[in-house]
Write a protein that binds this ligand. Sequence first.
Ligand SMILES: C[S@@+](CC[C@H](N)C(=O)[O-])C[C@H]1O[C@@H](n2cnc3c(N)ncnc32)[C@H](O)[C@@H]1O
Length: 274
Amino acid sequence: MTIDEALWRAVPLLKTSCENPLFEAELLLAHHLGRERLYLHAHSDETIEDIDGFRTLIKRREAHEPYEYIVGKCSFYDIELEVEAGVLIPRPETELLINEASVIIDQQKITHLVEIGVGSGAISIVLARKFPQLEITATDISEAALRIARKNSIAHGVAKRITFVKSNLMDEVKADAQMVVSNPPYIANDFRLEKNVFEYEPHCALFGGEAGHELLAQILHDTNQRGVGWLVCEMGCDQFEPIQKLFSDIGVKYQKFYQDLAGLDRGFVVGFNQ
Ligand SMILES: C[S@@+](CC[C@H](N)C(=O)[O-])C[C@H]1O[C@@H](n2cnc3c(N)ncnc32)[C@H](O)[C@@H]1O
């Protein structure tokens, strides 16, 4: 079967699971052949030797498995990261958290920070690359996440400055932190997620409790108790009110909610002692 024929057979199969079936079929075929996508257009009459291998990839995507798990990698900020089932695929909105955290790290000359819930390592690795003076302690409860994050940190040459700790939140972190960053699970337990997320991504990375913001509340409480100076977190777009109440209860000195390009609340920056 030629490249062209294989693509046109794959497209109808991907219509339910993909917004852009032709584009994803091309990406999967390019991945299968170990070529760039453009190669397909210049060689559309070429015969595909392992057509069954390509069919298997299409079947997985047809069953709503995320593209990133099928190819084992994803793009985030300015880097590529390895991902696998059991480790959350980093989302574009988390790049906003990097920008907010970078402002504080720069202004406050932060040299040690803690990330709670490191996942694939996306946040810690990008921050370590941006700030060569930064030492990071990164926690997670998931062995799979810690293993992949460590692997990604080696691939990006920052492993020496990130210490990975298996820990509930910051419980096992002994060192003092000037700043904490976190994109914790914050989705309410009964929220209906899309099939590709609910059936394939780790629930421990998604669901934050009955209301959703329980872990955010615990992180705010813990960082305040430990005398951490700054906290930057991602949050759900419907969590402004409960989080604002938590700020008032604690009496934070500085607070800022940041929004995404659609104007939805996406996270916050808190200064405890300023
Ligand atoms: C939304 S994911 C974020 C992953 C990564 N930081 C990112 O932004 O792509 C949340 C992560 O927190 C971890 N996690 C969940 N509960 C935790 C807890 N109590 N303590 C530490 N990590 C936790 C999950 O395993 C998951 O890797």
